[in-house]
Write a protein that binds this ligand. Sequence first.
Ligand SMILES: [Zn+2]
Length: 306
Amino acid sequence: MRPHSARPSFFALHIILGMAVCFLIGFIASVAWASGTEAGATPALRSSLFDYFPARPSLRSDTGSGIAPRGPAIAIVIDDLGSSEARTRRAMALPSAVTLSFLPYPVATPALAAEAARDGHEILVHVPMQPLSARHNPGPMALKVGQSPEEITRRLLWALSRVPDHKGVNNHEGSRFTLDRAALEPVMQTLAEKNLFFLDSRTIGHSKASLVARAYDVPTAGRDVFLDDTISASAVARELGNLERQARKHGIAIAIGHPHDVTMAALERWTAAVAEKGFTLVPVSTAIRMEEARPTASAALLPSGS
Ligand SMILES: [Zn+2]
């Protein structure tokens, strides 16, 4: 009886072992499949989260203007406004997210700036400052190196008084003035007292304006691109392309342009298509706040432990 009873139990052992092996293979295969799916799903989940929280989520609370930029942000400032009413009105007809900077001395400036502010544009005072070349005339009441701090402050206050609803300042000319730390100090002190920001037009490479602004806690940034240093349609198109590249690379870019016909025509087309291209047009104060928050934001986006 023993061999008979031993044989079936030997077969049963094989069957049990076979089932166990099959189960084990099935289990391993299903785990591998599941983890494969999960590995495939993670980047998709990540990308959808980043779609939901676009460009630098930690900056949302810092923008202050309530604008949460979707995609890279671009600020466009049109300056030298006020002298020609027709050209100023063409700039005012651009989308309200375009920032407008008015020269203080034209007779029409106060009325035009007030109207532009009512239309929703952010307004800057385009303060005339001394250029390096005596051949460039910055206009009346320009701030110059060698003037006393009191005189610089008096001229700046006059310029501010001429442009209603201003939120900040950028320099007209100024390639000499913005090199001089002592001359810039009364400017930044006044801007700090009045809670205004300073956009450095960067009319010269080694401008000290941002350095002195930071010393006085004045929010500041520099212009990244001049749209129309060369006044031609092809040059403006090239600079708009350059602006887009910089915005994609850094998340934010600031351009300054002037109310020339070629610049206005290019911007009328470009601003109509800007959202489609994935950029958000923002007032320059928003771009400055984003730039100032950038180091903290970059650190916040780094994976933990790195
Ligand atoms: Zn100017």
